[in-house]
Structure formats: structure tokens, C-alpha cells
Design a protein around this ligand. Structure first.
Ligand code: PNW
Length: 486
């Protein structure tokens, strides 16, 4: 009843206020979550420890000293999650599978039947509700035992990931036809291995993120080929990965700033995008040249950026069925006056990034509201990678503790308008995913930054979920398939 009233009200408001824009019938809508951020049950039955269990339990790096031990308790409450998805009326649900819940030791010699039963139940409930499951294999929760072996800096990790992928395709592929190998490899490697922004917080920039990326790209390609060769013929699904990128806008229309912004795009999206989505394959030329030159100047015998063999380049190129994109915000970029000789990815990149102070903010320092950047980014992908099918797997806004979330509604309204602009430009976007279904464990920020359409009460042992105003708004968009022009 409340839903219907709100929708009627929204329709009335729109009718009074402004012009409506319609989404094409080819565009589908979903919402996303990730295992560590929502499941809890960190040590249920035989689940193994992962790198986020370890980081939250043994360091004081989480802002509110919290952890994902219980999180949204979705391990016990996934039926409630499916109810919410039904209420919203989404076409699909993007969730991730916890590696150490399925393989407690990380290796495929020992499977957890309870772990498999959990995802079986979730998937079956989704199918009964007529919601398409979209599963991510890796959303940042590596089994701790594999981290002890070096994690993604160990070349063997690609084989272990392939073993895990095979177990998952075998167990769920009869019902799940939509797969992502990795969520945001740039964040995994840069923040987890280069810096301290994500587990395992290795903090070895200039070396470790390049090793991580190299092995992770191979792992992605191997899982793609396994699916393509063995499972696609039987199960008929599709598979890709999802890359995050800011839009990097030149601070001024000087040639030097235009060059700097393009270089930032290549180091950010191109690092993982070029090997897979370009016709030549391999890392972007500008990364190869700059990192090789600087490495030699710094006294290293070879480039700190590892090289792919010709065979590997061919094997990796084209390993996608769609271009997955996570996007939140935009950065202004200019050429620095002096070039630093320091050892780090950001010094290899050699640009200066900053924000326009006029851009509206959110609860996250890095997230400013810049909808036109979304349109530019979609066009950049269209032009650099031959107009691929693009699926937006994350887009969203953070606030603090607010069910009447008008700023989130405004964010979605503006970014969806930018998406419609990009469609008019000829970009081939076929699906849009809001991050997130509900408030959840926001990594180092703990529970202090909320991205949900549903409010979660983390002080209530039952983790009660309540729809925010934005949940009604999103529902109304999915029903009417229109938004108001901004
Ligand atoms: C994504 N950045 O991470 C993740 O996939 C989610 O798990 C996360 O909750 C969500 O966005 C909100 O943070 C990002 O530095 C991490 O630009 C870092 C950036 C962007 C997204």
C-alpha cells in the first residue's frame, strides 16, 4: 500500500514538474551486493578465514572498529533479501560468491557442502521470484591461506582461481547463466597491494600492484576460456569482468592537460581494459613506455611492469562477452610542473588529480556528484573499444544515517539522465545496476558510509531492513521505465 501511494505521488510530482524521458526496452535494471559486505556468518560451520576476516580481526584499520562478522546477516536472511528484490521489481541481482565459504582452505580438494547449500538456496529463491542471478566469483575476499602464499602476487594464484571457478560453474552453472570473474581489479591491486586501502594492505607501490594485475589478468582469461570451451556449450551463459573507472577530465584545454587526462584514463581503465578489449591486446603503450623508462632510470635491470608473451597477449585478448563498468565519480587532471622520481604507480602515471570544489559531495571523500563524467566515460569506452555492449555493474551514492535520502534520489536521477544522454550518443548500454541493495560493510569505512536503497539497522540483532525513499524512487523508475529530465 505504502509503495503504491508513493508511486502515485511520484508520478503526480513528475507530471507537474517536468518532461519524462523513457528507457529503451532493451535496458534491464538490477542491484548489487558482495559476499563479505553482507553475509556475516564469518565462521559458520566449515567456512575458512579470508583476508577481510584477518584484516578486521587483527588490525585497527577499520574506522568504527567494526567487521563483517555479522554484517547484514544475509547468510541467515537471504529470504528477506529476495523479498526486497521482488518489492523493487529488479530484473536481476548481482551478488558475489565467497571463495573460502565454498573452499575452506582455498584449494579445490575440499568443498564445503554448507557453503554450496547457501548459494543453492539463494539462487533457487531468485529463480522462483523470476529474478536473474548474476554472480561475481571474486569480490575481494581471498582465502587467507592463499594470501599467506603471496596472494595475487604469486603466479600460481591463476591456477587456484581456475580451480575455484570450475567448482562454481560445476555447482551452479545449471542455474546461473551470468558471470563476472573479478570485481574491480584496479582496486584489488592498487589499493590492496600498492597501498593500504584494502586487504591485504601490502603497501608496496611501484612493484606489487603490477605483479597482482599481471596474474589477475591471466586468471580472468583462464576462467573465461574454461567457461567458453567447456560450460558455455552446455549451459549457454555469458561471462566477463567489471572494471571501475573515474572519468578523468582535463583541467584545462591545454595540450599538456589533455595528454595528462588521457594518460590517467590509460593507467586506470586501460591497464585492465587494453589487454582484453582492444584489438591489439597487451598493456597500453603509454604504460609500457613510461614504466620501462623510469625503471631503468631507477636502477632496475628490467621494467617493473611485467611483460606478456605473444601467446599470452592473444590468449587474453577478447576474453569478454560484454564490457562491465563500475562508475561513481570524476577527477580533474593536469600535467605536474615537476616529475617525481619516486617509486610508485602514481609517480609512474605522473599526473595531478583534483576535484572542483563546486561539485556536491557525499559521505565518501572520493565521491563527488559529476553526472556528465559518466556520459563522457561511456563515450570513451565506445570510442576506444569498438562500441562494445556495456553493462553498468555499480553506480551509487553514500550518506550517513538517513532514510529520507533525497541526495541519493538526486544522484540517481542525474546519473540516469547522463546514461540516457550516452544512449543517444550511440553507446550500447544494456543494463544498469544500483550499488547497493542495502547498507552494508563499506570496507575500511565500516558501517559509517551507507550506499543502500534499504536501510539496515546494525544495532538491531535482527538487522532489520527498511526501504529508504530511494527504494521507492528506484521501484517507480523500474515500473514506469521513465525518469524526469534534469
Ligand atoms: C566499489 N575509488 O569500490 C566496490 O565494488 C564496492 O564493494 C564498494 O562498496 C563500492 O564501490 C563503494 O565504495 C570502489 O577509489 C572502491 O574510486 C574505490 C573506488 C571506487 C569504488
Amino acid at each position: 500500500m505504502v509503495f503504491i501511494k508513493t508511486i502515485t505521488l511520484l508520478c503526480l510530482l513528475i507530471a507537474v514538474k517536468g518532461e519524462l524521458r523513457r528507457f529503451p526496452d532493451t535496458l534491464s535494471f538490477g542491484v548489487a551486493t558482495a559476499s563479505y559486505q553482507i553475509e556475516g556468518a564469518w565462521n559458520a560451520t566449515d567456512k575458512g578465514e579470508n583476508i577481510w576476516d584477518r584484516l578486521t580481526h587483527t588490525t585497527d584499520m577499520i574506522k568504527d572498529r567494526s567487521n563483517g562478522d555479522v554484517a547484514c546477516d544475509s547468510y541467515n536472511q537471504h529470504k528477506r533479501d529476495v523479498e526486497m528484490l521482488k518489492q523493487l521489481g529488479v530484473d536481476y541481482y548481482r551478488f558475489s560468491i565467497s571463495w573460502s565459504r565454498i573452499l575452506p582452505d582455498g584449494f579445490s580438494n575440499r568443498l564445503s557442502q554448507d557453503g554450496i547449500a547457501y548459494y543453492d538456496s539463494l539462487i533457487n529463491d531468485l529463480l522462483v521470484a523470476n529474478i536473474t542471478p548474476f554472480a561475481t566469483l571474486y569480490h575481494w575476499d581471498l582465502p587467507q591461506r592463499l594470501q599467506d602464499l603471496g596472494g595475487w602476487s604469486n603466479p600460481m594464484m591463476a591456477d587456484y582461481f581456475l580451480d575455484f571457478a570450475e567448482v562454481v560453474f560445476e555447482a551452479f552453472g545449471d542455474r546461473v547463466q551470468n558471470w563476472l570473474t573479478f570485481n574491480e581489479p584496479w582496486v584489488v591491486c592498487l589499493q590492496g597491494y600498492g597501498g593500504v586501502g584494502k586487504a591485504p594492505a601490502l603497501n608496496m607501490s611501484g612493484i606489487a600492484e603490477y605483479l597482482c594485475a599481471h596474474n589477475l589478468i591471466k586468471a580472468h582469461a583462464m576462467a573465461y576460456h574454461l567457461y567458453d570451451d567447456v560450460y558455455r556449450p552446455l549451459q549457454g551463459g555469458r561471462i566477463g569482468w567489471t572494471l571501475n573507472s573515474n572519468w578523468h577530465e582535463p583541467a584545462n584545454q591545454y595540450p599538456a592537460d589533455i595528454e595528462a587526462a588521457e594518460r590517467a584514463m590509460q593507467f586506470h581503465l586501460g591497464w585492465f581494459g587494453h589487454p582484453v578489449f582492444s584489438t591489439e591486446g597487451d598493456y597500453p603503450q603509454v604504460m609500457k613506455e613510461r614504466i620501462a623508462k623510469r625503471s631503468l632510470e631507477q636502477g632496475y635491470p628490467r621494467s617493473r611492469l611485467p611483460e606478456f608473451t605473444t601467446e599470452e597477449i592473444a590468449y587474453i585478448r577478447g576474453t569478454y562477452d560484454f564490457f562491465g563498468l563500475n562508475h561513481y565519480t570524476t577527477t580533474l587532471v593536469r600535467m605536474p610542473t615537476t616529475i617525481s622520481k619516486e617509486l610508485s604507480y602514481y609517480d609512474d602515471l605522473g599526473t595531478e588529480g583534483f576535484e572542483d570544489p563546486a561539485w556536491p559531495g557525499s559521505a565518501s571523500v572520493w565521491l563527488k556528484v559529476v553526472p556528465w563524467g559518466f556520459r563522457n566515460l561511456l563515450n570513451w569506452i565506445k570510442e576506444n573499444y569498438y562500441n562494445p555492449e556495456i553493462i553498468v555493474f555499480e553506480n551509487g551514492f553514500s550518506d550517513r544515517d538517513n532514510k529520507d535520502d533525497v541526495d541519493r534520489i538526486s544522484y540517481y536521477n542525474q546519473y540516469l539522465n547522463a546514461l540516457l544522454d550516452a544512449l543517444e550518443d550511440g553507446c550500447n548500454v544494456t543494463a544498469y545496476t544500483a550499488w547497493s541493495l542495502m547498507d552494508n560493510f563499506e570496507w575500511l569505512q565500516g558501517y559509517t558510509e551507507r550506499f543502500g536503497l534499504y536501510y539496515v539497522d546494525f544495532n538491531d540483532p535482527r538487522r532489520t531492513r527498511t526501504p529508504k525513499a530511494s527504494a521507492f524512487y528506484y521501484k517507480s523508475i523500474l515500473e514506469s521505465r521513465t525518469i524526469e529530465r534534469d
